[in-house]
Design a protein around this ligand. Sequence first.
Ligand code: PEP
Length: 259
Amino acid sequence: MRKQIIAGNWKMNGTIASGSILIEAFNSFLSDKELNVDVVVCPPFTALERAVCLTRDKHIEVGAQNMDYHDAGAYTGEVSPLMLNEVGVTYVILGHSERREYYGEMDSMVNEKIKSAFHHNIQPIVCVGESLAQWEANETISFIHSQLDGALKDIPAEQASELIIAYEPIWAIGTGRTATADQAEEVCKSIRQYINELYNGNVADKVRIQYGGSVKADNALKILSEPNIDGALVGGASLLVDDFTSIIMAAQELSVTES
Ligand code: PEP
């Protein structure tokens, strides 16, 4: 059985102080819970170090929202995997649609970043997802397969099986419009089938696939109940204590039912 993973992408929001308050609230909510769910928060770079300190020995891991794939050098404005290692970050979101849209990130770059993340023992969460026009033109599956072809080029099976892939339809991110559980499941299932084609059944069984796009307290349980959805990448709702903890508890409820 795959373990559910709930990750919060804070994007470019908050301060070190407000992020600390949020983490303390998550810590206190989770302190008396027996959780069988991975929980990750991804604050902005400036708040990572404090986040790592506050989550030490707690049930929360810390991720970055991006990283460069070089170890060091003349790459102004970038943050390297070694720097993330230094502050104790264990996850990184790669290829988020906002990175692709506003900063020209391409599948080939995402591919380099995945290789670098694995090399430095940072767990990548790799985002894929189609635009509204592609969704309406019925091009979702072929587009996502092409994103996976690019992102996973030369990634060996042992690493691929450790991947977390986040399916995030762009039209559902921050819009309040979410894919129905059936729609999300159909795409996540096709991602798993494609991983099977690219690798093998063992890798496809192990890879964890999240859904992301306006996941909230009130729709999480339904979405997470789908057989090929192993968690959620949460934007807006991850900044709200009640919403994010409810989403975590929805995943926990399922892990108890399934075991
Ligand atoms: C995201 O940014 O990855 C995301 C899913 O955002 P939201 O939950 O706000 O749609």
